[in-house]
Design a protein around this ligand. Structure first.
Ligand code: NAD
Length: 385
C-alpha cells in the first residue's frame, strides 16, 4: 500500500501560521517500510521539526513533489491538519485520509470528502479509551500544549516564578491559577510547580481534584450544583446560572494570581467564556492570562486568536497552535500515534491494512466512508442537534 505524507508548511489551511510539525519521523518510516508500505514524503515535510529529507530516505522513504499524479496514487494520506479542498479533487476514490479534520467546524469539507467517496479518519474522534491511548493525538498534543502555555506565560511575566531569598530582598513565589484540569491543564500545573510557583486549579469535574493535589496544586472548591461528565469523560455544559456562579467564585482567585491559564473546552461545541474584561481589570498590571481556547471562541473576553494582546493592562496570550512550538516532540508524539493506529489494524501476516468499521475505535473515528458521513454524533451536529 502507498502512504503519502504532505509538507503542510506548503499547504497552509490558514494564513495565521506555518505548520511546523510532520506526520512521520524517520523511526516511524522505518516501521512502515517493514510493515510493507511504500512511503512517499513531500519534499522538506520534516524540515521544520528537525528531520531533513535525507533522514527519511535513509529509512526507505521516497521524497516527492505533491503533484496530481502522486496525490492520486496514494492509498493512505497523512495530515497533521486537514486537506485543502484542492487536494480532494486529486485523491483516488476510497483513499483513506487521516488528520485533525476539526469535523464539528468543517461541515463543508467533511461533506465534500464523503461525496468524493473518501474514507476520512478524524483523530479528534478517536475514543478516550485505554486501548486507544497510544493513538490519542488530542492527548499527546494537549500535554505539550500545557507545557508550552506555562512556559509562554512565564516568559511574558515581568517577575520570576520561584521564591528567592537574597540579601537584596525576598521574592515571593508567583501565584498561578489553572482553569480546566484536563490533559493540558494538568501538564500546565506540573510545569508551574517545577518552576516553583504556587498553583491553584479549578475544573467542573470534581473527580480531577485528586489529580491536581497529587501534582502539588490546590483545588478550588466551588459549589455550583450538579456538574459531572459525559460517558466519554468530557465536561457537560453548565447552565447560565452555574456559569454565573463559577465566574463569581473564581473572581478573587483570578485577581490574586500573577498567571491564569484557561483550558476549558467542551467537546464539539464552543468553549465557555470564563473570564470577563471586568475580572481582568482586577488583576495586577503586567499579569498574564493564557487562553488555550482563543482560536475556537475563547475562554477569555478580549483574547485575540493567534495573537498576544493587552487587555486592561493584562497580557492575554491567545497564540494557539501551542504544540508546534515544540515541533520535534510534537512530531514524534503525533507520528507515534499514527503508527500505532495503522499498526493496530494491519494484519501481521498479510501486511494488509483493513478499515474494520465494526471495531469501536474505527467506528467512532472514521467519519466518512463509501460516500456517506458515518458518525452519528457529527450527523446530529450538522443537523443542528
Ligand atoms: P477538554 O480539552 O475537553 O477540556 C479541558 C478541561 O476543561 C476538562 O477537564 C473539562 O472538564 C474542563 N472544563 C470544561 N468546562 C469547564 C468550566 N466551565 N470550568 C472549568 N473547567 C472546565 O478535556 P481533555 O483534557 O481532552 O480531557 C477530557 C476527558 O478525557 C478527561 O476526563 C480526561 O481525563 C479524559 N481522557 C481520557 C483518556 C483515556 O482514558 N485514554 C485520554 C485522554 C483524556
Amino acid at each position: 500500500m502507498k502512504l503519502l505524507v504532505l509538507n503542510e508548511a506548503r499547504h497552509a489551511i490558514d494564513d495565521s501560521f506555518v505548520e511546523q510539525r510532520c506526520a512521520v519521523t524517520p523511526a516511524t518510516v522505518m516501521r512502515f517500510s517493514r510493515m510493507g508500505f511504500t512511503v512517499m514524503i513531500e519534499k522538506d515535510a520534516g524540515a521544520l521539526s528537525g528531520y531533513p529529507d535525507a533522514t527519511y530516505t535513509e529509512q526507505g522513504a521516497t521524497i516527492v513533489e505533491a503533484t496530481a499524479e502522486v496525490l492520486g496514487d496514494a492509498d493512505i494520506v497523512f495530515y497533521v491538519n486537514r486537506p485543502l479542498p484542492s487536494h480532494l479533487e486529486q485523491f483516488k476514490a476510497n483513499a483513506l485520509v487521516i488528520g485533525h479534520i476539526d469535523p464539528f467546524f468543517q461541515q463543508e469539507l467533511v461533506e465534500t470528502m464523503a461525496g468524493k467517496g473518501l474514507s476520512t479518519l478524524s483523530v479528534e474522534m478517536i475514543p478516550r479509551s485505554s486501548r486507544a491511548q497510544k493513538m490519542d493525538a488530542l492527548s499527546s498534543q494537549a500535554s505539550l500544549a500545557g507545557y508550552v502555555m506555562m512556559m509562554q506565560a512565564a516568559n511574558a511575566l515581568p517577575s520570576i516564578l520561584p521564591m528567592m531569598m537574597t540579601p537584596s530582598g525576598t521574592i515571593k513565589p508567583a501565584k498561578v491559577f489553572i482553569i480546566g484540569a484536563g490533559v493540558a491543564g494538568l501538564q500546565a500545573i506540573a510545569t508551574a510547580k517545577r518552576l516553583g510557583a504556587n498553583v491553584l486549579a479549578y475544573d467542573t469535574r470534581p473527580v480531577v481534584a485528586e489529580q491536581v493535589e497529587s501534582l502539588g496544586g490546590k483545588f478550588l472548591k466551588i459549589d455550583i450544583g450538579e456538574t459531572g461528565q459525559t460517558k466519554d469523560g468530557y465536561a457537560k455544559e453548565l447552565t447560565d446560572e452555574q456559569k454565573a456562579k463559577q465566574q463569581e467564585a473564581q473572581r478573587d482567585a483570578i485577581a490574586d494570581s500573577d498567571i491564569v491559564i484557561t483550558t476549558a473546552q467542551l467537546f464539539g461545541r464552543k468553549p465557555p467564556v470564563l473570564i470577563s474584561k471586568d475580572t481582568l481589570a482586577l488583576m495586577k498590571p503586567g499579569s498574564v492570562v493564557v487562553d488555550m481556547a482563543a482560536q475556537s471562541g475563547g475562554n477569555v473576553e478580549g483574547s485575540v486568536p493567534g495573537k498576544t494582546a493587552t487587555v486592561e493592562c493584562v497580557t492575554v496570550i491567545g497564540d494557539g497552535n501551542w504544540s508546534q512550538r515544540v515541533a520535534r516532540d510534537a512530531t514524534d508524539m503525533y507520528a507515534n500515534n499514527l503508527l500505532n493506529l495503522i499498526d493496530e489494524f494491519c494484519d501481521k501476516e498479510s501486511k494488509q491494512f483493513t478499515l474494520d468499521l465494526e471495531d469501536e475505535i474505527l467506528a467512532q473515528s472514521v467519519i466518512t466512508h463509501a460516500g456517506e458521513i458515518t458518525n452519528d454524533m457529527l450527523k446530529n451536529a450538522y443537523k443542528g442537534g
